[in-house]
Design a protein around this ligand. Structure first.
Ligand SMILES: Cc1cc2nc3c(=O)[nH]c(=O)nc-3n(C[C@H](O)[C@H](O)[C@H](O)COP(=O)(O)OP(=O)(O)OC[C@H]3O[C@@H](n4cnc5c(N)ncnc54)[C@H](O)[C@@H]3O)c2cc1C
Length: 502
């Protein structure tokens, strides 16, 4: 009986989301002579978490998110994570602008637009947190235009929809940056995959990687062609698993020892959405509040202006929901199948040690539409249920592990796992995710190809510096490079609406 022939590649990337697409194009820029393949189980790239409606489209740059600037009991605020995310997003802007200049992706307005980012602090604690956040960030060049105000007239000019009909007199404050963005990561992913094809890469849609085995220094992939219903075999010395919610199950099946004790718990998101033109026109901004006491960071409520397929929307949320699937298009048995003898202790410990998160999820799942409208009215006091529809968003698969003897979520961040001497790298986790794709891709390269880095670093500095490289730029150079990237991407800062011009 003839065996299916094996195709050889230098690198195979599993999953056609923004992470694999970014890494694939970056590698092709560094090593144009390498055979690079992307394998995606769906009919197109960017249809899972990277799809516009499966995330909030925020170009996370640390400009407005409270959860990146935690506040200690003594009132001090640590801004280092917000700065790091600002640097990571700056690397993404530089990489996208390089690809636009090369004519590989674009036009830029098809995937990224200027939308101001605002932080909203409510109550004495929220206002104090926001003020300390602003004071900690405003001297950094990436946050130079951040403004703070408690003046209700100013706030009404900045956020007309949020302040219309607001009769309460609780303390309230807002920060504003005109350098924020709204990103359609789905469109970006498809453009990146098409760029990869243009430079000689192989992109296979409707192909699902079923198993991974390492033999004689190479990874062997068994792939199902879902269109033709047949099996293909691929082989490469380096594999990247960027399969989103499909990553952990694939690593478990490949018996990757590094994830033997990892468990996973899926959380789905939902948003309220409107396209009523006058509402959309009154809120051309993204405004982030703070999580209620005891709630996890994923619960940070935000009201976002979005442009998807050329149409404008407002989106409010997220609201957590439960589904046992690990992908939007996954199976109902995903959660059950992920339970192994090796991860049972971590699953039990996580249930025991994350009671407040569990309680929060139960409360969220039990929410009525009236509860959700009440949450929305904290942002849009005049909101009417007739204008807003509840829509599903993405699936997050939270990775669970033991930390200090307790069951813990692996942050709410993006974690790179490597195995077999760095010949396999995988991404676990979700947020800030897509916004930091370029600098995460550089970190994957450093983990997977340490011997090549000396050769690649000079080029990487030019086209996609790591967050650490961005941090090393002196303020004038950082300002100049980020301004150049923004100019190429057509991202003009949105001018501040003043009281008399609102
Ligand atoms: C509710 C929510 C809101 C978010 N908001 C933001 C935001 O505002 N800004 C931001 O930057 N990030 C946000 N994120 C995070 C962001 O969406 C993700 O970090 C990012 O899209 C992940 O990209 P990815 O390529 O890793 O995964 P995905 O886009 O999910 O891609 C993985 C791909 O792998 C494929 N796949 C799976 N298994 C296999 C297999 N066995 N074989 C072949 N293919 C396979 C899937 O079909 C999928 O296309 C949000 C996430 C959620 C859940």
């Amino acid at each position: 009986m003839s065996r299916t022939p094996v195709e050889d590649f230098d690198v195979v990337l599993v999953g056609g989301g923004v992470m694999s697409a970014t890494l694939g194009v970056l590698l092709a820029e560094l090593q144009p002579d390498w055979r690079i393949a992307v394998v995606e189980r769906l009919e197109e790239g960017g249809l899972e978490s990277s799809h516009a409606w499966n995330n909030a489209g925020t170009g996370h740059a640390g400009l407005c998110e409270f959860n990146y600037t935690p506040r200690s009991a003594d009132g001090s605020v640590d801004v280092s994570r917000a700065v790091e995310i600002g640097e990571q997003f700056c690397a993404s802007l530089m990489f996208w602008s390089h690809l636009v200049e090369r004519g590989l992706i674009g036009p830029p307005e098809s995937f990224v637009r200027s939308v101001p980012h605002l932080g909203l602090g409510r109550g004495p604690e929220g206002v104090a947190h926001l003020r300390a956040r602003w004071e900690g960030l405003r001297d950094h060049p990436l946050f130079a235009d951040l403004e703070f105000s408690e003046d209700r007239d100013v706030l009404a000019a900045w956020l007309p929809l949020v302040f219309a009909g607001r009769s309460d007199d609780e303390p309230i404050a807002v920060t504003r940056s005109g350098r924020g963005t709204d990103v359609d990561f789905g469109v970006l992913t498809r453009q990146l995959l098409s760029a990869l094809r243009d430079v000689g890469g192989v992109v296979r849609f409707r192909h699902e990687v079923r198993s991974l085995r390492r033999r004689r220094g190479r990874w062997h992939l068994s792939v199902r062609d879902r269109g033709a219903g047949r099996r293909r075999r691929m082989r490469a010395p380096f594999v990247f698993v960027g399969a989103g919610g499909g990553t952990l199950p694939l690593l478990q099946r490949a018996r990757v020892p590094e994830v033997r004790r990892y468990g996973a718990f899926p959380i789905s998101g939902r948003f309220l959405r409107t396209s009523r033109p006058d509402l959309v026109a009154a809120h051309r901004a993204k405004v982030y509040g703070h999580a209620p006491p005891g709630a996890p960071s994923i619960s940070v409520p935000h009201l976002d202006h979005r442009t998807v397929d050329g149409r404008e929307f407002l989106m409010f949320g997220p609201f957590a929901a439960f589904s046992p699937r690990f992908l939007r298009t996954g199976r109902l048995t995903d959660l059950l199948r992920s339970v192994r003898l090796g991860n049972l202790p971590v699953l039990a410990a996580s249930a025991r040690d994350n009671r407040s998160l569990m309680a929060y999820l139960v409360r969220q799942v039990a929410q009525t539409s009236r509860d959700r409208m009440d949450a929305l009215r904290a942002f849009v006091p005049t909101a009417s249920p007739d204008d807003w529809a509840l829509v599903p968003a993405g699936q997050r698969v939270q990775v669970l592990t033991m930390a200090g003897g307790r069951g813990a979520m692996v942050g709410f961040g993006t974690e790179i796992v490597t195995s077999a001497g760095g010949s396999l790298a995988a991404l676990l986790g979700a947020s800030p995710g897509a916004s930091t794709a370029a600098s995460v891709a550089v970190d994957v390269l450093a983990a997977g190809f340490p011997d090549r880095m000396a050769e690649w670093v000079p080029r990487l500095r030019e086209i996609a510096p790591s967050a650490a490289e961005v941090a090393r730029l002196d303020p004038a150079e950082l300002e100049a490079r980020s301004a150049r990237a923004r100019r190429i991407l057509g991202l003009d800062p949105v001018p501040v609406p003043r009281k008399d011009t609102a």
